[in-house]
Design a protein around this ligand. Structure first.
Ligand code: NDP
Length: 315
């Protein structure tokens, strides 16, 4: 049978390119888990993904109710789950004030991390039950949360601090909207959310890999400077960022190439090692990359896991 892969945020950018790359192999049926049904349908059509290779299902990661509803709908569909890709994200670098999810968490960490945390915890049983030979849970990371890289050292840097804001609920009322308890900064909130994504992948690996055989992985697909991720940025940035990445940093990767990379992490038999953060070199060859000290801190991973369980109502 075809593999069944759920990809969150498959309506644009990396998620859409990955869906297309997997569909073209003829070996996958893609569940596009998206907040905007019509946009996702149109995107799939425009990308030329054949009708029998995908299904759009509603998921708004900025609402925990919606994540729970998605899991119920998925279970009711009777389909097995072979691979889950947590890809969706928001990035709000120019926001002056925080905005919030349905449950009142700061939007970047609430959507990128907490929404995916609940989704993947609730779907773990589905993955366990699948009879697919290589089951995987993939969380898209980023270089910007990695302070051991040049890009990760552009201020404001990711830093979870003692997580006092996280413990307080990230609600901007009786706690800060930032994980470290500091002043709101949209660019930093995004980077912090990516650190949480990478820590969560490793914590999943430590807790569940041996028992379940599921591969837990993260990746940095390269700088895809043309995606919608930068839609909230100032126009001058959006104009200059792609050529800057192409000619100066040489980190630029096309949406198509980034989709092929993530598709490898979904399906390549050679990429089954668990607990790995994948990156690609200049020749587009994959390698196991090192995470920064904070993004590989075992104690922090455990604390993020436990605080997240409380906030999403699992503890
Ligand atoms: P896009 O903005 O193109 O894609 C993001 C996707 O997330 C969209 O489909 C968007 O849906 C979806 N999304 C946003 N909010 C929600 C929500 N509340 N519920 C459900 N879906 C939502 O950006 P990219 O393709 O660049 O980003 C994909 C991933 O790649 C992210 O995890 C990002 O952090 C990561 N990444 C990107 C890099 C880059 O250079 N672009 C570099 C490194 C990592 P909609 O279409 O409805 O807006």
């Amino acid at each position: 049978r075809k593999g069944i892969v759920v990809i969150t945020g498959a309506s644009s950018g990396l998620g859409l390119a990955t869906a297309k790359a997997l569909a073209e192999t003829g070996k996958w049926h893609i569940i596009m888990a998206c907040r905007d049904f019509l946009k996702a349908e149109r995107a799939a059509k425009a990308a030329g993904i054949a009708k029998e290779n995908y299904t759009v299902m509603h998921l708004d990661l900025s609402s925990l109710d919606s994540a729970r509803q998605f899991v119920e709908n998925f279970k009711r569909s009777g389909r097995p789950l072979d691979v889950l890709v947590c890809n969706a994200a928001v990035y709000l670098p120019t926001a002056k004030e925080p905005t919030f999810t349905a449950e009142g968490f700061e939007l970047s960490v609430g959507t990128n991390h907490l929404g995916h945390f609940l989704l993947s915890r609730l779907l773990l049983d589905e993955l366990k039950q699948s009879d697919y030979p290589s089951k995987r849970l993939i969380i898209v990371g980023s270089i910007t949360g990695n302070t051991n890289t040049l890009a990760g050292n552009v201020p404001p840097k990711a830093n979870l601090g003692d997580m006092r804001g996280f413990a307080g609920g990230l609600n901007g009322l009786n706690s800060s909207s930032m994980i470290d308890g500091g002043e709101f900064d949209g660019a930093k909130a995004y980077k912090d959310s990516k650190v949480c994504n990478m820590l969560t992948m490793q914590e999943f690996h430590r807790r569940y890999h041996e028992e379940t055989g599921i591969t837990f992985a993260s990746l940095y697909p390269g700088c895809i400077a043309t995606t919608g991720l930068f839609r909230e940025h100032i126009p001058l940035f959006r104009l200059l960022f792609p050529p800057f990445q192409k000619y100066i940093t040489k980190g630029f990767v096309s949406e198509e190439e980034s989709g092929k990379r993530l598709a490898q992490v979904v399906s390549e038999p050679s990429l089954t090692k668990s607990g790995v953060y994948w990156s690609w070199n200049k020749d587009s060859a994959s390698f196991e990359n090192q995470l920064s000290q904070e993004a590989s801190d075992v104690e922090k991973a455990r604390k993020v896991w436990e605080l997240s369980e409380k906030l999403v109502g699992l503890a």
